[in-house]
Design a protein around this ligand. Sequence first.
Ligand SMILES: [Zn+2]
Length: 300
Amino acid sequence: MDAFYQSPPSYDAIREKICQIKREFPFVRNFSVGSSLLGRGLFALSLGNVHNACFVCGAVHGMEWLTSLVCLRFFEEVAKAYREKQCIAGLDVHKAIAARGLVVVPCVNPDGVMLSLYGPETAGALRDKVLRIAPDGDTARWQANARGVDLNHNFNAGFAALKEMERRAGITRPAMTRYGGDYPGSEPESRALVQFCEAYRPENAVALHSQGEEIYYDYGPCTPVRSALIARLMAEAGGYQVLEPEGLASHGGFKDWFIDKLHRPGFTIEIGKGENPLPASDFPEVYPRVRDMLMVPLVL
Ligand SMILES: [Zn+2]
């Protein structure tokens, strides 16, 4: 296995990996869906029809960077199988891509990943703000973006209910995790996902998080009927569990917004098991199961 998948991915390493994928598979497209607060690119890779795609994103949360490795490896394997007319998990990738594209945004929150991996000095102009949130300078468990907004609490889905739950939990200001921001879509990273999905209307969307080996598919009355079946098939493919959301996690997330606004299947998959941040050494165990799971929304 490529050395890239054996260590935590810095922003530069992700960017270089995307260039390498583009060089190896000239038929894929690479573009950016926006920029982070600190001006880092929110890179995307796509294959096939972008307008009818399966959309997969990773690292919405800073210390969950293992999901970026999974996104990139999945895209790379799909591109290779497409070129060589091979199957993944017994499924015909060429046929799948002819019918439906694949778009991945491997790192939605590059500033958060850099904070988690390399500390407050990576936050540039926002370093002092970071140090107000983490006065001891320990940002190893940082989940939010560079100004302390949890991107997966910043989407326009049940936002008022989410803020009420935050208040009850004593979360009233920017923090390393779980502060949803002043208003939905206040952050450039969450806005970028919204704008991409509104423009291209993916057929389905999967946000990778860690950890727990769990799949969430439900968000209120707009949840498509087929979502439960897709979730069960993914669970079967990877040996994960399908769960209903509870508490703070149940509003303001990307998959909540995707279901509520586009009325299409949206999923959160909590990859791996252990304590976050999951180490890069978990990748060989975690990846093959997630790959088989991700084939389900790509072919269905
Ligand atoms: Zn997460």
